[in-house]
Design a protein around this ligand. Structure first.
Ligand SMILES: C[S@@+](CC[C@H](N)C(=O)[O-])C[C@H]1O[C@@H](n2cnc3c(N)ncnc32)[C@H](O)[C@@H]1O
Length: 359
């Protein structure tokens, strides 16, 4: 391109954009430190709002003081923790503790910050896929099920009995009397455990591809003495169990399947007459432009590219992506044979839409 044809640059726009990028860089770095603070229990230790020195905090949290002091430096620079330079103490304001400690069971952003390091760990592998295609398999992601368990522990586990079951008219009564329930892609199965405990006369089963996740789920269920619940390792790609269940649930477990189209058809077939299907899945638009206004837009596409899409492609699958969108979801649900589809949203869960279907 000749010099005369080069596009004119608006210096103000360039400077504003550079500033935005700087904000992203600092935000990303801070997110990694928040993740460490969450995992190390530092926010929990400071959630009482009492000011502490780095030595006091390190002793309470049983951690190395030098690392704790550097972490505090990052938190002070990011204006997450307040420092009194005279006393050398640090305080987590209660409003910040409400967003970062385990005392807030539904609003702990520290849980989500853990995804950054998990995705960073597979960057080389994802880059290989940019060049060669293919995907990165589930088992290559360190701590995926640890983080997912905490994630769904905030989004659906606390509301599954009290808010999700009532979305289906008459379901509470049927569960109380005793029906067959299947959760597909159940991971560590925490939501199913809540249901099994609330409805002892119903029978619950969870299927998932991951052997370690199913092993942990089975251990937890045994610890809780839940005899009406079992878990099985199953690849759902070619699964078929016609007319076997009264309620099927899929919690954040359709879009990253190898063949979501086949799984949705199998779910439709697996339902008995009068049965119901809950699909909790990402509340995004199938049109990327719309997602620029989504509060989690960039996060959804990043998690997609570096996890949800790639794990599906690793199974030779469709690679729908996290932001497949409610429009495509509805189309695929209809193609699978679901006609009565309603979509609900909960204020506490900005990430997901709840598709409620009856057959
Ligand atoms: C995003 S996680 C959700 C886990 C769980 N439902 C929760 O909310 O915590 C998706 C789950 O789908 C499972 N999955 C992916 N592909 C699968 C397949 N082909 N067959 C069975 N499970 C699969 C994964 O192992 C993973 O546990």
């Amino acid at each position: 391109m000749c010099h005369a044809c080069a596009p004119a640059i608006d210096p103000q726009q360039q400077s504003d954009f550079a500033e935005r990028l700087l904000g992203m860089l600092n935000g990303g770095m801070t997110s990694l430190m928040i993740s460490i603070g969450h995992r190390a229990g530092l926010f929990d230790a400071m959630a009482d709002g009492i000011a502490r020195t780095s030595h006091e905090l390190a002793a309470e949290a049983a951690l190395n003081e030098r690392y704790v002091r550097e972490w505090l430096g990052a938190m002070v620079a990011a204006r997450i923790i307040e420092r009194n330079p005279v006393a050398g103490t640090h305080r987590l304001p209660p409003e910040h503790a409400a967003c970062l400690s385990r005392k807030s069971p539904s609003d702990n952003m520290g849980v989500f910050m853990q995804y950054l390091a998990g995705l960073g760990a597979v960057e080389d592998r994802v880059l290989d896929c940019f060049r060669e295609g293919g995907g990165v398999a589930y088992e290559e992601f360190p701590r995926f099920h640890d983080v997912m368990e905490e994630d769904s522990g905030q989004s659906i586990v606390p509301v599954i009995v009290e808010k999700v079951v009532p979305l289906f008219e008459g379901l509470h009564e049927r569960l109380t009397a005793g029906i067959d329930v299947l959760d597909i892609g159940c991971g560590r199965g925490r939501a199913l455990m809540e249901l099994a405990s609330a409805y002892p006369k119903s029978r619950f089963v969870g299927y998932d591809l991951s052997g370690p996740a199913i092993e942990r789920a089975s251990e937890f269920a045994a610890e809780r003495g839940l005899g009406n619940l079992r878990f099985e390792v199953r690849d759902l790609t070619d699964w078929s169990e016609p007319a076997s269940f009264d309620w099927v649930t899929a919690m954040d477990a359709i879009h990253d399947q190898a063949r979501p189209d086949k799984v949705l058809r199998s779910i439709r077939e697996a339902l008995r007459s009068g049965g119901a299907f809950l699909m909790q899945d990402i509340d995004a638009s199938s049109e990327p432009c719309d997602n620029a206004a989504h509060p989690l837009g960039p996060m959804l596409y990043t998690i997609s590219c570096m996890h949800c899409m790639t794990v599906s492609l690793a199974q030779g699958g469709m690679g729908l992506g996290t932001a497949w969108g409610v429009q495509l979801a509805e189309k695929m649900l209809r193609e699978a044979g679901f006609e009565d589809i309603r979509i609900h949203r909960f204020e506490h869960d900005i990430q997901n839409a709840y598709f409620v279907m009856r057959v």
